[in-house]
Design a protein around this ligand. Structure first.
Ligand SMILES: NC(=O)c1ccc[n+]([C@@H]2O[C@H](COP(=O)([O-])OP(=O)(O)OC[C@H]3O[C@@H](n4cnc5c(N)ncnc54)[C@H](O)[C@@H]3O)[C@@H](O)[C@H]2O)c1
Length: 346
């Protein structure tokens, strides 16, 4: 969008978002990589997320993620995402979200997109990107072929889709969840999704010991995995749910985050490790540091990637969706959305 006229305002449904993103795992993972590089180069504004919490509903929250991104994407905006864990028992997803895109030149909002799919997509793409970069230095053929999903909700499903959609194949797929029903749900999905022997582990330790790539996607509010010996086979851990691992596990691992200031907040496991040790020395750096060659991942230790989740990723994926829907000619514009446009009346 250019010039300083008022842009039309569009609404993009979840069905349109899904259609724009379906089968695009490689493109979106590349887009997320470019966005991490832009953010690393300082061509973004990404203030801390704002957590709205409720004294009478302590497990619920709504998070605001304002952000601005430069480069080719060049858009500002806000992601507004709710997490109501009780929804799952009622048969609807935990998370719901909208993304507002604002025009770079006028500040006008020009689109409202269904954003639970965008959020899950950028999260999964970032996990797949990390899995790739954190195993690049390994000898040919020694990339993990045993994956374990610790927590088996929507995010776990999306991460599986992005791993397989970016070239990963698994001989063994482990799943573990506090709820046998949820574990069976992901198992049913995986059986249809492709090859790999699937095992449901009731025991968390067995899942971790049987996986060289471990994906945490629970809704745990505080650490529940603290035994360092479970990680003695040095897996790559995608710690997407951020609060599962006790500081001891992080202190025995190589730790990478997406953004240091963001991640060392809100009682994430890295935040707890900082509080425990009084320093940030346990952090090796960011994924962008690895991508730029500033940090090398040593062999012989577990590697833990804890991504806080950056609003700039939602903007980049949201703008991609907006451009796709516009290109397809299906953009649903709300006529006269902005109405009071003459300073002193018509
Ligand atoms: N870092 C990021 O950028 C980012 C982005 C999106 C979501 N997330 C996080 O991913 C997590 C998963 O999201 P979702 O939409 O899949 O949630 P979900 O509610 O659909 O699934 C979570 C699953 O975890 C299971 N679970 C909860 N506690 C557990 C425990 N201690 N051990 C084993 N299983 C446990 C639940 O039974 C459930 O099946 C959430 O914590 C969410 O905040 C992170």
């Amino acid at each position: 969008m250019t010039g300083s006229s008022v842009p039309p305002f569009a609404v993009i449904s979840g069905a349109q978002v899904q259609q724009a993103l379906a089968g695009r795992e490689r493109q979106i993972t590349e887009l997320v990589e470019e966005t991490y590089r832009l953010h690393d180069a300082g061509d973004s504004v990404n203030p801390p997320s704002y957590f709205l919490r409720f004294p009478d509903r302590p497990s619920d929250r709504i998070i605001a993620l304002p952000a601005s991104i430069g480069g080719k994407v060049r858009v500002d905006g806000l992601k507004w995402i709710s997490s109501f864990p009780e929804n799952v028992a009622a048969g609807i997803p935990r998370a719901s979200a909208v993304l507002i895109l604002n025009d770079h030149d006028t500040g006008y909002p020009f689109a409202c997109l269904e954003s639970s799919i965008i959020s899950a997509t950028r999260t999964a793409a970032s996990a797949a990107l990390a899995a790739d970069w954190l195993t690049r230095g390994r000898p040919q053929g020694s990339r993990p072929a045993r994956v374990g999903f610790f927590g088996t909700g929507l995010i776990a499903r999306y991460i599986h889709t992005f791993l397989t959609g970016t070239g990963w194949t698994f001989d063994e797929i482990g799943v573990h969840d506090l709820s046998a029903e949820h574990a069976a749900g992901l198992r049913g999905y995986l059986e249809k999704a492709g090859p790999g022997r699937i095992t449901v582990y009731e025991d968390a330790e067995q899942l971790i010991r049987s996986s060289d790539l471990v994906v945490f996607a629970t809704i745990a509010g505080e650490p529940h995995v603290s035994d360092v010996s479970w990680f003695e086979h040095n897996p790559v851990v995608l710690h997407v749910s951020l609060r599962d691992l006790a500081p001891e596990v992080l202190l025995a691992s190589t730790n990478l985050v997406d953004d240091v200031e963001h991640c060392l907040k809100a009682n994430t496991s890295p935040h707890l490790a900082e509080q425990l040790t009084g320093s940030r020395d346990f952090l090796a750096g960011t994924l962008a540091d690895v991508m730029a060659g500033r940090v090398t991942v040593p062999a012989g230790r577990p590697v833990v990637f804890s991504p806080f989740g950056l609003g700039v990723l939602d903007l980049a994926v949201g703008k991609y969706v907006y451009d796709e829907v516009t290109r397809s000619g299906d953009l649903h514009v709300i006529d006269d959305f902005f109405h009071e446009l003459k300073r002193y009346g018509a």
